[in-house]
Design a protein around this ligand. Structure first.
Ligand SMILES: Nc1ncnc2c1ncn2[C@@H]1O[C@H](COP(=O)(O)OP(=O)(O)OP(=O)(O)O)[C@@H](O)[C@H]1O
Length: 319
């Protein structure tokens, strides 16, 4: 049954359409990642979901409660829906533990103690509990900000590119930890990001947003194996256009390299990657440059190769 429901939400700024009839549904405990390039409408969407922005049309529902926007509600926003940005919004003169417990001032003391300890333990903040925010790294501060937001047990946690100031190793580690925490607590989460890798660390439930419109929603395997458009296909890897076949493409990993029989090409560049070499090859007949994977690291610059592929691996895509 649907728990958090966004129904035909549109938003126009002046004559700029930021969201175009956006609808999606989440069940309790779902973790959804919305992936979109800069300007695709991600932040606008999250702010409308949180009741912090006035939409041009459409509605947001949490269970049987309609989320009212700042025009409809005196104090904008909801305790049940917490939005977290890149800026950590911590109390600078309070310790980690105090930051996490401050939102619980009006709660029962025993509950507060248990909840704070639970979050400190789940987010592995034990050794930092007496530190001030300025004594923490960016990643640690963001974990505290998430613990602080989760202290009041929000129904929905909205994460707006929360790790964009962190390096990729930090982000990877935090994502892995958060996935465990959200799953353990059954939190319903929506992450928006421009980075598919970050999204995949947290969840396999993806929604691809472009120019304010949903391009595709599904699990990561379906989106990777059956993308509906070139845009979605290229989020996962580069693709090579099969010239004779209009809108048909093949991924570098699906091209087989042979020493005879196939399309003749020459290797123009070799890039060493962790699990394979990535080759740039120039197709003799058309002069096109393709990217292909060489898992055996067999080929060198200047080598002649023949390219083949299975018909079943061809992607027929809309542009
Ligand atoms: N307050 C505003 N006034 C006018 N236009 C706005 C406003 N906020 C956003 N926009 C426009 O709406 C579109 C969507 O912006 P939004 O910030 O939601 O996208 P985004 O996907 O979050 O981008 P980014 O990843 O760069 O933050 C953009 O074209 C942006 O310029």
């Amino acid at each position: 049954m649907s728990y958090f429901s966004i129904r035909s939400v549109s938003k126009t700024y002046g004559n700029q359409k930021a969201l175009k009839s956006f609808s999606t549904e989440l069940k309790k405990g779902d973790i959804l990642a919305i992936v979109g390039e800069s300007g695709s409408g991600k932040s606008t969407l999250l702010r409308i979901m949180a009741g912090l922005e006035v939409q041009t049309s459409g509605e947001v529902w949490l269970g049987d409660k309609k989320i009212e926007n700042p025009k409809e509600k005196l104090v904008a926003g909801y305790d049940e829906i917490k939005l977290i940005h890149q800026d950590y919004a911590l109390f600078p003169n309070s310790t980690v533990e105090e930051n996490i417990s401050r939102p619980l001032l009006s709660f029962d003391e025993k509950y507060t103690r248990n909840r704070v300890e639970e979050l400190i333990s789940l987010l592995r903040l034990g050794e930092l509990r007496d530190k001030l925010p300025r004594q923490l790294s960016g990643g640690q501060q963001q974990k505290v900000a998430i613990a602080k937001a989760m202290s009041v047990e929000p129904e929905i946690l909205l994460l707006d590119e929360p790790f964009s100031s962190l390096d990729s190793i930090q982000t990877r580690n935090i994502m892995d930890e958060l996935k465990e925490v959200f799953t353990a607590l059954g939190t319903t989460v929506i992450l928006v990001t421009h980075d598919l890798d970050d999204a995949l660390r947290l969840t396999d439930d993806l929604l691809i947003l472009k120019n304010g419109k949903i391009i595709q929603r599904g699990n990561s395997k379906d989106l990777c194996l059956s993308p509906k458009s070139k845009y979605v296909a290229e989020l996962f890897s580069s693709i090579n256009r099969i010239k004779t076949k209009g809108q048909d493409y093949i991924r570098p990993v699906d091209v087989k390299l042979r020493t005879r029989n196939g399309i003749l090409a020459h290797v123009t560049d070799v890039i060493f990657l962790l699990h394979f070499n990535s080759l740039k090859v120039k197709i003799k007949e058309t002069g096109e440059i393709w990217e292909v994977d060489d898992p055996d690291r067999k080929y060198q610059k200047g080598d002649r190769v023949y390219l083949t592929w299975e018909q079943g691996k061809v992607l027929s895509l809309k542009s």
